[in-house]
Design a protein around this ligand. Structure first.
Ligand code: PMP
Length: 284
């Protein structure tokens, strides 16, 4: 079955889906995106992702490509045409196509692209396996709160992680504190059983999974704090994990050469993972 993508009003064979070489997304990374998880045909936290998309567009003064209601119809149609029950939906909006020149051009039509990828359903046993992370300097720009496609620092970090036999790289700021993973938010559980994640600022992306997990923690009366933590604190934490929309929650069993806890996924993280799985099951 042919994979179908959406490009500027057309549903096209994925192999022929393309935008112009003078698109500002290609020339300047002048472009924002969202990745949604699809579980049992349901878009997980769809409105929260669309809210974040609106925010990214507003921060960069990129025109909304269409109304939210119209965008939801396009999303549904792309999922329908690809018969996606479990997978990831990728949506990108660029400022549009114009002769290459740095200042934002006026009167430009944004480019809208949607693609989908089929993925395995959320499987507690698979995702509850622990992962290793490495630490790297955070070399990114100062607006990490905007979800732009300028992802080269993340790609470099993830490559370094892969070469070191790790799954993710946690980025460290000038003060020695963890900002976030290259494509995930970072969490620790202290020796006192307190859940900690960095507070929202321009230093990190406001993850949708992060937001949902904090709401779950609140509901379940789990003690949590939004604050910075150092790499040293992370290495001596009782537990650690990462969160993102399509990779969900991953227990971390090692940071650099330091084993976390007893080197196995811990009960706090496994409980959160179970609760998040239930949350996704109840999505409508
Ligand atoms: N931080 C960064 C840098 C990311 O790229 C991602 C993944 N989009 C996240 C955090 C997690 O965000 P979300 O939970 O919305 O997928």
């Amino acid at each position: 079955m042919a994979r179908i993508s959406y490009v500027n009003g057309q549903y096209v064979d994925h192999r022929n889906a393309s935008v112009h070489i003078e698109d500002r997304g290609f020339q300047f990374a002048d472009s924002v995106y969202e990745v949604f998880a699809v579980q049992n045909s349901c878009l997980i936290d769809g409105d929260a992702h669309l809210d974040r998309l609106d925010r990214s567009l507003n921060e960069l003064s990129i025109t909304q490509p269409m109304s939210r209601a119209a965008l939801k119809l396009v999303i549904r149609e792309v999922l329908r045409r690809n018969h996606i029950t479990y997978g990831a939906l990728y949506l990108q909006v660029t400022r549009g196509q114009a002769d290459r020149d740095f200042p934002f051009p006026s009167d430009i039509t944004p480019t809208l692209v949607l693609t989908v990828k089929r993925l395995k359903p959320f499987d507690y046993n698979a995702v509850s396996q622990g992962i290793k992370v490495i630490s790297i300097d955070d070399i990114r720009w100062k607006r990490c709160d905007i979800k732009t496609v300028s992802l080269l620092a993340g790609a470099m970090g993830k490559t370094q992680a892969k070469q070191a036999g790790a799954y993710e790289a946690w980025q460290v700021d000038g003060e020695g504190c963890i900002t976030e993973g290259t494509s995930s938010n970072a969490w620790i559980v202290t020796q006192d059983g307190l859940l900690v994640t960095r507070s929202l600022s321009t230093d990190i992306l406001g993850g949708i999974t992060r937001k949902t997990l904090l709401a779950i923690a609140e509901k379940e009366n789990l003690k949590f704090e939004e604050r910075s933590f150092t790499l040293a604190e992370a290495k001596s934490a009782r537990e650690a994990f990462s969160s993102s929309s399509t990779v969900f929650i991953r227990p971390i069993i090692q940071i650099d050469d330091a084993k976390i806890g007893d080197g196995k996924p811990g009960p706090f993280c496994l409980n959160v993972l179970k609760l998040y799985g239930q949350y996704m099951e109840n999505c409508s």
